[in-house]
Design a protein. Structure first.
Lengths: 448, 448
């Protein structure tokens, strides 16, 4: 028997790391620990399972633990929490379905993920205040929310926006409280966020911007959300004010945390402790535009970081993770909302001098039926390189715009490069001047 | 009064050139000649106007001649054919609505477009054999086809595929004759074209591959399509075996034609004759992957070539057209079909050693409703640079895949670059491993 690769966490990053290690080292023993009952799970699907759009939370996984274990020859321990790691002896202790067991390891991958941030306000521990974390929590979430007539969503990041859709879909009265002046405040600039805010109001959400929640009130169960401006009677609360990396285990053994609060890793996903790797939502990475360290807890980078960690765990420094471009996408009903690179707020905070254009276009040729307005905001630096794009519209085409934009940003394209990109056109799929090209033209200030 | 910029042809390239010249030189006289009644027209919409999906051919234009003339201060002559150009005296003669008039010019832009290729087979001049060229032809096309029960489409390029959809949409019996072994033979490789062929059959088209039409028979009006293998009773024929650049005027004055048969231009859109430019479907350009001269008669490059020609006509050599990447997209009902870069046939004809992967993925997360299978074929050269992508699927997402792929190809991305591209993901818009990334992974042969 060869080396033992132990992976803590069975989500996107952990499962990718385990699968990769197995593939590259058929002799190794690969052991995967997951606190919950599911692995390769998809938390991104929870709002749709709560809404009933996805039939059950059991669909929110790519493989069952049994399939994953059998097809890949990986020891999978579900409902198994790793409680202690010993770096000196290269062992760990896990509560495997209740009983403590010791495992040795040669390489360790920490993929413990993220957990909801619980703001320190009075009453936050009342019953009826819910968070969205992992697919197995769905049935309880669904049951609790099913009896509610009025639901408050605190926070309007992705999870807040998606849970607001789910609640409206189920016919509930929805109040959204956002401390910033716009929804999706980390993702969008004001001008773009305004389009989202209008849509939220139009679909019946009671959107409270610039309104910070200061307290929850109720006897045993939440009854009121109290803000700086008023108090609101509610039946349930969904707390969606962000997530934090779950770094408890890492911290316990002296693994260095980075400036973002997540585990510091280099481009090989190595932590500060030899032979210990980290990947996914527990780890930080670098931003490909700024070169700065960032924490981006999203599934696609988690999968790739997991692959890189798993590969380097069995074949040292064989592959590098180049970082993230800051791409993300969400939707509110059929309004698709996407971003890549930096927004103006982010750029300006870093002191990057920017110019931006926000254009309105159509998702199809003007004469073709079924098209709808789409909005693209393009941001360039002083070299006219595209450093960020935001796109919003009632058309899935928005996802394609942002994917093309992500590649343009990653590959240091200028607005002239964008203008001459040979993007596709036919009446049913785009206007003849693609919205990205229109934005680049506007930014050229008449040069093309 | 300043210089005179004369533009021949009011389609995408000509109108772009005229508008650009006007914008960059407010003093110039800008004169635009168009043979037909419409300018800034969109021939790509004709099949949808014939099908009745677009309400009338009058919608297939961005501006009326009056608007374009008034808003831009451009002299627009419609129904006006330029019959003769005199290079020595820098004049031209146009039949302006029937009467010959002479105009002088300082810079000339030839944007005479393309015309359907008429194959030299017996009976091709019979009545009832129709071609698809410009929006004003639509009413007659529509009327002729309205009485037909059985329509033969000869050729299965974009126009053939789109007219087949239109005819099936109108409830007609449709026979398609294609001399090659696959539909869209210039665009697609066999393995991808097979998916399109299956769909055409499924939707009721009678698809005859490897079957060359050798004759049309009938007294006065076509009655039979005769092929190498049989004869078929038909009511009408749509001839869609390709187009050719309309170079008559250019040739008359000794403008050099390129190896593709279209007008030779350099990156500034200058022809071989000083102060004469060409743009759009009448001109050839270079392929950004191969550097070779190609002729790609499509609207997006035509618009950009027109812009470049118009700009350089008033401000010599101020902007370059970098060429095309070979991006194109069409659809057959809701099957979207797109390509960028080289296909394997093209690459192999050029002696480029390739590897390719054809993968099947889904347009959404597996558990999210409404997703459908999508197919992506990725082709790399021996340096593992992506030189081409083809994508097919019952989802408009295909357009987004090809736009991202076009940028990847243009910007010389390797499969490792593709794998690490930060493409967007949410359950409703993509699988967590984006289809382009899956294709890159397969091509890595286990390396990532």
């Amino acid at each position: 028997m060869g080396r033992t690769i132990a992976v803590i966490g069975g989500g996107a990053a952990g499962a990718s790391a385990a699968a990769r290690a197995r593939r590259l080292d058929p002799q190794a023993r690969v052991v995967l620990f997951e606190r919950g009952p599911m692995i390769t799970h998809a938390p991104c699907g929870i709002p749709y399972a709560v809404a009933g759009i996805v039939k059950g939370h059991e669909y929110l996984q790519t493989y069952t633990p049994e399939e994953f274990s059998r097809d890949r020859n990986i020891e999978v321990y579900t409902n198994s929490e790793v409680t202690q790691i010993d770096v000196g002896s290269r062992t760990l202790t896990a509560l495997v379905q209740g009983s403590a067991r010791r495992f040795s390891w040669d390489r360790l991958v920490i993929a413990t993920g993220a957990k909801p941030f619980i703001p320190p306000v009075n009453g936050v521990d009342l019953k009826g205040i819910l968070t969205v974390r992992l697919p197995p929590d769905t049935p309880q979430l669904k049951e609790e929310l099913s009896v509610a007539k009025t639901v408050a969503i605190v926070g309007s990041g992705y999870i807040g926006v998606e849970m607001a859709e789910a609640m409206l879909h189920l016919g509930k009265k929805v109040l959204i409280f956002e401390a910033f002046d716009r929804p999706l405040p980390q993702m969008l600039d004001n001008d773009v966020a305004r389009i989202v805010a209008e849509e939220m109001t139009l679909k019946g959400a009671d959107l409270h911007l610039n309104e910070k929640v200061v307290e929850f009130r109720g006897k045993d169960h939440v009854e009121y959300v109290v803000t700086e401006r008023g108090e609101y009677k509610v039946d349930k609360v969904v707390l969606a004010v962000g997530v934090r990396p779950d770094t408890t285990l890492a911290r316990d053994i002296g693994v260095r945390l980075g400036e973002t609060g997540a585990i510091y890793v280099d481009e090989y996903m190595e932590t500060s402790v030899p032979d210990i790797f980290a990947a996914g939502d527990a780890a930080e990475t670098v931003h490909r535009v700024t070169g700065m360290r960032v924490w981006v807890p999203l599934a696609p980078p988690a999968n790739k970081m997991g692959q890189v960690a798993g590969a380097n765990a069995v074949k040292a420094r064989s592959i590098r993770f180049p970082g993230v471009t800051g791409t993300s996408i969400t939707k509110f009903f059929d309004l698709y909302i996407a971003k890549t690179g930096l927004n103006e707020n982010e750029a300006n905070r870093l002191g990057v001098k920017t110019r931006a254009a926000l254009i309105r276009a159509r998702s199809t040729a003007g004469y073709y039926p079924g098209g709808s307005p789409v909005y693209v905001k393009m941001i360039v630096d002083s070299d006219e390189r595209v450093i960020g794009v935001q796109a919003v519209g009632h058309d899935k085409a928005v996802a394609g715009y942002i994917d093309a934009a992500a590649v343009l940003v990653e590959r240091r394209a200028t607005i002239e490069d964008v203008f001459f990109s040979d993007l596709s056109y036919m009446p049913a799929t785009a206007p003849v001047w693609h919205p990205l090209i229109v934005a680049a033209r506007v930014l050229s200030q008449g040069r093309f």
